[in-house]
Design a protein around this ligand. Sequence first.
Ligand SMILES: C[S@@+](CC[C@H](N)C(=O)[O-])C[C@H]1O[C@@H](n2cnc3c(N)ncnc32)[C@H](O)[C@@H]1O
Length: 234
Amino acid sequence: MPTDLEKQTRESIDKNKVWFRSNDAYAKYVQNAHGKLRSEIESQLTNAGNLLDIGNGGVFNYDTSLAEAITALDLSLDIFDGSFPPPHVTLLEGSALNIPIDGARFDSVVMVMLLHHLVGATVAQSRENVRRCIAECRRVLKPGGTLVIGESCVPQWFYRFEVAVFPVALVVVDKLVRHPPALQYTAQDLKTLIEEEFSNCDVLPVPKGKYDLEFGLLVPTWITPVRQFVFRAT
Ligand SMILES: C[S@@+](CC[C@H](N)C(=O)[O-])C[C@H]1O[C@@H](n2cnc3c(N)ncnc32)[C@H](O)[C@@H]1O
């Protein structure tokens, strides 16, 4: 039986910790190129109350005054290096696969650009990690609480391609690329996984901007099949 850490590969965990630590280029991109994602997340986060932000990475892709209190969770507190969160933010170290919180404490949970990073040794394990993360969100949410997810998704044909090349891609990314490995899902797939835990899930396509950031590279949106979506589940 793999431990929680083994469910997400060691390479994925280590590279996430290093890549996103004080990653000014990423933070700048989020401010500039993620503008439309930000406004869609904000419109779903009204009355956020006591909010848990999973995979925060020192980046708040929403107006922090929407929540009364925010717990920002990430794999390592080093990831928050150099960031000065507002006073109502508490930093918490731990994994989305085993959230270090007892009981249903939050009015809302947000995760922005996290799910495609929960990469395991196989496609099946990676999907299982997403399933487990969503179940963990359900566990820490109060009854009637809201889950808001901002995620980049791909069409079915591209997902099939990702699945076909996954074993090779994992080795290549591990050996040659500094960016963490990633597996992007279709919006329908994520809706289905979310609805295993939540009775309702709205899927909101985010209007395309000019550029998107993929594997750390800024690419014009017209050449990539990747699209951003916001999911709101209750
Ligand atoms: C693409 S960044 C997203 C940062 C931010 N949420 C945003 O709005 O752009 C992904 C973040 O997820 C974190 N992460 C990856 N795996 C995680 C896990 N198992 N548990 C918690 N955080 C994780 C990474 O360390 C990184 O900070």
